[in-house]
Ligand binder design. Structure first.
Ligand code: B1M
Length: 213
């Protein structure tokens, strides 16, 4: 019932209520993944279907997304609980032209939870900025997110930029986002495609450990 209420409040975009209910669920010892999957994401999925069918429009989606982000903030400490020395560093951003950041934020939380240090470089990130930030922070991994079929191709520009600067082999490059798949990742020359945030976190950790061993 509590999880259903969280889902409903996400759909209504009631951030205050989502915050309260997620805090209550945490206090009642529901697991972070239950709250995330059966509460917050379940609500966002309903909105996604309605958005597709033109039953709701951008403003409703935005308030739902904001409510979901508020709920995710409450969960962040639980998801990022490991507290050990970072295994490696990841630069994460949403590619140029793309403003979707909920999936990226989830990837960030799961990566933090897996003991990685994460540098969030935001949304609508120009191709060269991925390489610039990776160099600036001494990252091990560059992770890119795209939610639109019209922006996923911009991931290729990031890889081309890295090639042009002789940086391609220095970094593990991961890609993810709803319209992508393994074949696309191979085609553009990325090292890894992750279908969801927890796979992304596990894969990043595994590849960093392989690289340093
Ligand atoms: Co947009 N939108 N949107 N939208 N939006 C989608 C993506 C869409 C599928 C809706 C639809 O038509 N059914 C559709 C894309 C169609 C397509 O290209 N194939 C779409 C569209 C068309 C648009 C606009 C063009 C609409 C318009 O203006 N006409 C516009 C584009 C704006 C832009 O980016 N330039 C637009 C705008 C928006 C809002 C701003 C209103 C809002 C974004 C708010 C925000 O992010 N702060 C929004 C939203 C919320 C959605 C939906 C409803 C939900 C996306 C979401 O956050 N899902 C979405 C429909 C849907 O997906 N059901 C839709 C929850 C999130 C946790 O999942 O991001 O997939 P996701 O992340 C997953 C995995 O993909 C993976 O892990 C996460 C889960 O574990 N993952 C990674 C993601 N990134 C990863 C990176 C990795 C690894 C894994 O790195 C290695």
């Amino acid at each position: 019932m509590l999880l259903e209420n969280i889902s409903e409040m996400v759909q209504k975009g009631n951030a205050k209520k989502v915050q309260e209910l997620v805090s209550q669920a945490v206090a009642e010892k529901l697991t972070a993944s239950e709250i995330l999957n059966d509460g917050l994401l379940a609500g966002m999925n309903v909105i996604g279907v309605k958005f597709k069918n033109n039953d709701v429009y951008v403003p409703e989606v935005l308030v739902a997304a904001r409510a979901m982000n508020v709920g995710m903030k409450v969960l962040e400490p639980l998801l990022a609980e490991s507290g050990v020395k970072p295994i490696g560093k990841v630069v994460v951003g949403t590619v140029q032209g793309d403003l979707h950041d909920i999936g990226k934020n989830l990837v960030i939380m799961m990566m933090k939870g897996a003991g990685l240090e994460v540098i969030d470089i935001g949304i609508d990130v120009a191709p060269e900025v991925f390489g610039d930030k990776a160099e600036e922070y001494g990252a091990d991994v560059i992770a890119m997110s795209a939610l639109l079929t019209s922006t996923m191709g911009n991931m290729k520009d990031v890889l081309s930029d890295l090639e042009n600067r002789n940086l391609r082999n220095k970094y593990i490059v991961m890609v993810g986002g709803a319209p992508l798949n393994n074949n696309f990742a191979k085609e553009i020359g990325a090292d890894c495609y992750a279908p969801d945030a927890s796979t992304a976190a596990e894969a990043a950790k595994k590849m960093i450990l392989e690289k340093i061993s």
